[in-house]
Design a protein around this ligand. Structure first.
Ligand SMILES: [Zn+2]
Length: 114
């Protein structure tokens, strides 16, 4: 399952950082794109399940979905594509190229401060 693999990757990245910081992680934020989007609930559930018993047990996971972007061929502006209305937000042109999807990324980890 896709989400379980993502959760495992997240957990090992957080644990690595935790050992470096020697602190207790309380919150982690990740971002993902549109095409490789994860199901938030499934991912949180998978993460909780595998984090049980580790120092990441109480980490609250936050997932931000980034919209896919396009680059206008007329005015060269980059913009967020809305699938209901795919056109340039600056000049209204429908002639644009799709930019690569945002990667899945662990953006930040918040640690408990004493
Ligand atoms: Zn444009």
């Amino acid at each position: 399952m896709h989400e379980t693999m993502v959760a495992e990757g997240l957990l090992s990245a957080i644990i690595k950082e935790t050992e470096k910081q020697n602190a207790k992680p309380v919150r982690a934020k990740m971002t993902c794109g549109t095409l490789n989007a994860v199901n938030d609930e499934v991912l949180k559930f998978a993460f909780e399940a595998i984090a049980k018993g580790t120092q990441c047990e109480s980490v609250e996971l936050e997932i931000e979905h980034k919209p896919i972007q396009g680059k206008c061929r007329k005015c060269e502006k980059c913009f967020d594509i809305e699938f209901s209305l795919p056109k340039c937000s600056a000049c209204g042109s429908e002639d644009f190229e799709l930019l690569p999807d945002q990667p899945m990324l662990l953006e930040e980890i918040e640690f408990e401060t004493e």
